[in-house]
Design a protein around this ligand. Structure first.
Ligand code: NA7
Length: 539
């Protein structure tokens, strides 16, 4: 092992995870504040969530010119995206480009999975243990473990008896999967299943999609970027950055000021058609109240259901796909490349596992309560133990022996999504209570990482050794998270991962902050301006 990789006895900070969050946090703490920092990363490379999510069709739903770091003009000017939405391999190339450009790798220990972290109050140090038996000590512990990085494989009896191969999309083999000549079963119709289905269908002998909850989807209209657009993006770096930091959701577009209910039927239909033609997440920006008024939302929901029926030729399949029981975008709305069209292929079938649930996996496939299906490969696009899962599996123990699992037994509780009472000097980038998953992720990540770096810098300057969110501040923030959610239709999708509803036994708590990214950033800035209000600070 080269000397540069030998762990120092004591570090200033340990960061867990080398995705977008961990990489930027490392850069800020090491290169701007001059701290002694190590990043511990389970994967063998940078990329975080994108390192593991290599399933067919994996692509970001944010537009590529906004799905990148914007803190550095140089990085933005040097990189060039090829398509409107970046595909997983291109995102990986980008992450590696940034890691090289900022010389990050020398501070990252790859193939290093954290198995436990414990706060030692007497020494005011975090002790972090890894699967390989190594131990690190640091003043600050920063989790940069992502929100959608703990695969949720449903407990289905008989899985161990399956003679074929099975995969979860979030833990896809590095070597890829050959679907040629295979009968494939795809379970799940969230964003992932909707991205994967058309690509698997084009390769496999047969694809059966098992749908429990029908879902809305809007065409992505992915396409190569034109030289003119690429030039425009570079020429407008400042404007784009300012726009993304000013909007509710961190995307480079604003939400219209008009209500869907103010337009007459003809006008509204024309605007929806326009939005459908534009495609992607911009669809929901066409009216201001699609996420706040059920009546307004119903107009969008009906429009999309009509589109599904017009695309899918078999009426029974079309009805199943359009039988959607939640408001549009109350669950994270997928965008797609020919998802509904896929059901017009001869080699694709849709099976409703709501009326007849999956009963067990058999040696030769899968059995629902009413029928059996022969399969060679099963793909679980069944989502993640979102937001809390990646943090809880770290086995974190805070002050006075309090574990994070105990602290969150009734659901996650944090201050600003950034700190948890009882866990001094620990920061959670994109933790529950942050707006990150309702936002274009890199915008939230930059704000969180910058706020944490400013906070640490300020306290080091003031010789404050320990910082901990108060119980009162966390209670008030949880109330604010609930208030913000109740002002939207988001809690009305009963099977949403925002509520933890996709994981059996998980407490039903609406986890993200729905009050808007720009508003959230202002709240965080105010907290800092008021001398880090809501935190106990100790010398
Ligand atoms: P999601 O959005 O959580 O979707 C998971 C899908 O899997 C969803 O359709 C689930 O149906 C289905 N599911 C889960 N468990 C089962 C069982 N036991 N039987 C049948 N169907 C099941 O995960 P994704 O990976 O698609 O997307 C996650 C996020 O990644 C996405 O929102 C973007 O932000 C990026 P359900 O709805 O629970 O009935």
């Amino acid at each position: 092992m080269p000397d540069t990789m030998t762990p120092p006895v004591a570090l200033d900070a340990v960061i867990i995870g080398a995705g977008f969050s961990g990489m930027y946090q490392l850069h800020l703490l090491r290169d701007r504040l001059g701290m002694n920092v190590t990043v511990l990363e389970a994967g063998e490379g940078v990329g975080g969530t994108w390192y593991w999510n290599r399933y067919p069709g994996a692509r970001c739903d944010s537009e590529s010119h906004s799905y990148c770091y914007m803190f550095s003009r140089e990085l933005q000017q040097e990189w060039e995206w090829s398509e409107r939405y970046p595909e997983q391999p291109e995102i990986m190339r980008y992450m590696n480009f940034v890691a090289d450009r900022l010389d990050l790798r020398r501070s990252i220990r790859f193939g290093t999975r954290v198995t436990g972290a414990r706060y030692d109050a007497a020494a005011n140090r975090w002790h972090v243990d890894t699967q390989g038996g190594e131990s690190f000590q640091a003043i600050y512990l920063i989790t940069a473990v992502g929100c959608l990085s703990t695969a949720n494989v449903p407990q289905m009896p008989g899985l161990e008896t399956f003679a074929g191969d099975w995969y979860h999309t979030g833990e896809w083999p590095q070597s890829g999967v050959d679907f040629a000549g295979k009968r494939v079963g795809l379970i799940g119709t969230g964003s992932t299943g909707i991205q994967a289905a058309p690509v698997i269908a084009a390769q496999a002998k047969h694809l059966t999609v098992f749908q429990r909850t029908a879902n809305y989807s809007v065409p992505a209209h992915n396409a190569p970027l034109t030289p003119e657009f690429k030039q425009w993006v570079k020429a407008n770096y400042e404007q784009l950055r300012a726009l993304m930091r000013s909007t509710t959701n961190g995307h480079p577009f604003t939400i219209a000021e008009r209500s869907a209910l103010d337009a007459d039927d003809v006008e509204r239909e024309a605007l929806f058609e326009q939005a459908w033609a534009k495609g992607g997440l911009q669809f929901r920006a066409i009216f201001k109240d699609l996420l706040s008024s059920l009546d307004a939302n119903a107009t969008a929901a009906e429009f999309i259901k009509r589109k599904i029926r017009s695309i899918v030729r078999d009426p029974a399949t079309a009805e199943l796909l359009a039988d959607i029981d939640h408001p549009y975008a109350a669950k994270r709305p997928p965008i797609d490349s020919h998802y509904f069209e896929t059901f017009n292929r001869e080699n694709v079938a849709l099976v409703d596992v709501r009326s007849a649930p999956i009963a067990r996996i058999t040696p030769t496939g899968l059995a629902t309560t009413t029928a059996e299906y022969e399969l060679d490969i099963i793909v679980f696009a069944t989502g993640f133990d979102a937001m809390t899962g990646p943090l809880l599996r770290l086995n974190i123990e805070g002050r006075d022996g309090l574990t994070l699992r105990e602290a969150w037994a009734a659901g996650p509780r944090s201050y600003l999504g950034l700190q948890v009472p009882g866990f001094p000097n620990m920061f959670t980038i994109t933790g529950p209570g942050s707006p990150s998953v309702l936002c274009n992720m890199p915008v939230a990540i930059e704000q969180h990482a910058e706020w944490i770096a400013d906070c640490i810098s300020h306290h080091r300057g003031q010789r404050i050794a320990r910082m901990e969110a108060t119980e009162e501040a966390a209670d008030a923030w949880v109330a604010e998270v609930n208030r913000a959610a109740e002002a939207t239709l988001l809690p009305q999708a009963s099977s949403s991962w925002y509520l933890g509803a996709n994981v059996p036994g998980k407490p039903r708590v609406f986890m993200p902050y729905a009050g808007g990214m720009a508003h959230y950033a202002k709240i965080c800035a105010d907290v800092a301006a008021k001398g880090y209000e809501g935190f106990t600070l100790m010398a």
